[in-house]
Design a protein around this ligand. Sequence first.
Ligand SMILES: CC(C)(COP(=O)(O)OP(=O)(O)OC[C@H]1O[C@@H](n2cnc3c(N)ncnc32)[C@H](O)[C@@H]1OP(=O)(O)O)[C@@H](O)C(=O)NCCC(=O)NCCS
Length: 143
Amino acid sequence: MTVRPATPADSAAVWRLLNGFVTSYRPDRAVFEDVTFPQVLKSAAEGGAEFLVAERDSATVGYVLAVRMPTLFAGGTVLELLELTVDAGLRGGGIGSALIRAVQARAEAAGDVEVTVPTRRAGEFYRRLGFDETATYFKWSRS
Ligand SMILES: CC(C)(COP(=O)(O)OP(=O)(O)OC[C@H]1O[C@@H](n2cnc3c(N)ncnc32)[C@H](O)[C@@H]1OP(=O)(O)O)[C@@H](O)C(=O)NCCC(=O)NCCS
């Protein structure tokens, strides 16, 4: 299994993985293809995001997306993990951990002050990877 930056060729696999991941939103295929997927690839190419995939036996079996934000309070950039998912049939085999370790390595290389992640479902998973519980997360959604 390897972890590498996502490319346009990962589009179909990431679309499939995304649909197994989201709970609060229903992704639209045309918006994904024409807007969000290219936008995220561009941001990653410019250093504003980390968008990595896990590849096993030539198949894309997981992805992680984190966005890099400039801050004043931390005295540098902060990386926030927003999406992480692994093929349902392959969970528990270390793929998710490998994706997070790759993000942590890239955060170190980029000089990010911290990596944060809002999560309802995977707190224990992140604890094992060195994350500590911190602030409560609030959300405002456009109606
Ligand atoms: C969370 C997720 C990415 C983990 O990927 P994975 O490949 O299964 O993770 P790993 O195999 O590296 O797991 C490492 C350890 O964490 C545990 N773990 C995995 N997911 C967990 C979860 N949601 N909650 C608590 N522990 C979890 C595993 O059991 C494993 O423990 P072990 O070493 O004792 O066997 C995967 O379960 C997934 O895609 N879940 C659905 C989407 C999701 O919840 N994403 C996170 C949103 S922030």
